[in-house]
Design a protein around this ligand. Structure first.
Ligand code: MN
Ligand code: MN
Length: 304
């Protein structure tokens, strides 16, 4: 059995692309099963409920030699426990390639598009494989999520085209469905500060420096900042417990496409250099910034 999974703290692309890749491989007669590396977030749950399907089973760790397919990530520190000893057979991804090494040859497909599902859409087309309504909704949901309804600067012409075509197959109004789906993910009230900063946290390393960039989507930055004190306490705890040099918490306003950043740790000067401005109250407001991958991570990594 080959397991297919996205990254830890799975987002909609990681869950949906795992399910779609499972369908793709099963169509080819392969024995595969989608898995997930963490809790399903509210946005993704909206998609699963809409389709009336269950999330993939949780995968805690893999044994040595386990055959795996990675979607929506490649960095081992974002992958399953035991990944170093697994047999990575395939990667389908749209991120930078880092902290990644295999013993054996593999199938690797990386494209600088806005979403893994966009690559999967192309794979279906290339194989002349029909796309059913369920897979169309899974893929279009992933694209809407990763590109914030095509508003993120990570959006490419290929994402736009894929979304349009998938919308036709699914026969749904992309904008109203997409807004409902994105909003479902912004209800953060019942999460503790600790949970909030870990909902969508990605670990990175540069040299011997470890840092985390976490992100939440909201329709009101103010609302989230009401809990700033508790959030900062949780961030400080995370920094101490994990020996982090920097913790960046990005609160992204999906309606106005801006991000409020809270930064803590001994390397906060990196954030100031990265965005050319000084932190006020541990914060910096980034106009027009919504993409961690394209607008936050690269500049922080470069200045780290
Ligand atoms: Mn992702
Ligand atoms: Mn993605």
């Amino acid at each position: 059995m080959v397991y297919i999974f996205g990254h830890k703290n799975p987002d909609t692309d990681s869950i949906c692309s795992s399910l779609v890749m499972e369908k793709f491989d099963k169509n080819l007669g392969l024995e595969v099963e989608a898995r997930r590396l963490g809790n399903v977030n509210k946005e993704t749950q909206y998609v699963l409920d809409y389709l009336g399907i269950k999330a993939p089973e949780l995968l805690e760790r893999v044994e040595e030699g386990q055959r795996v397919v990675l979607v929506d990530h490649n960095e081992f520190n974002q992958s399953v426990e035991g990944i170093e000893q697994a047999k990575v057979e395939t990667v389908i991804d749209h991120h930078r390639i880092a902290n990644f090494q295999t013993k054996e040859p593999l199938y690797y497909r990386a494209e600088p598009v806005g979403c893994t599902a966009t690559i999967l859409y192309k794979k279906f087309k290339e194989e002349n494989m029909p796309i059913e309504k369920k897979e169309a909704i899974l893929m279009l949901s992933a694209i809407i999520s990763d590109t914030l309804l095509l508003k993120s600067p990570t959006t490419t012409e290929e994402d736009k085209k894929a979304l349009e075509q998938l919308g036709k197959i699914a026969d749904i109004d992309i904008n109203s469905y997409g807004m409902d789906m994105l909003k479902a993910g912004t209800n953060l009230d019942d999460f503790s500060a600790e949970q909030l900063i870990n909902l969508d946290a990605k670990k990175s390393e540069k040299g011997n420096k470890k840092f985390v960039i976490a992100q939440v989507n909201t329709v009101s930055i103010e609302e989230v900042l009401k809990r700033k004190e508790a959030i900062e306490q949780a961030m400080t705890k995370e920094i101490e417990n994990n020996g982090l040099h920097l913790f960046v918490f990005a609160i992204t306003d999906i309606l106005n496409s801006n991000t409020q950043v809270i930064a803590l740790g001994k390397e906060t000067a990196v954030v100031e250099k990265a965005f050319g401005t000084s932190l006020q109250d541990h914060m910096v407001f980034l106009e027009g910034v919504v993409s961690r991958k394209k607008q936050i991570l690269p500049v922080i990594d470069e200045n780290m």
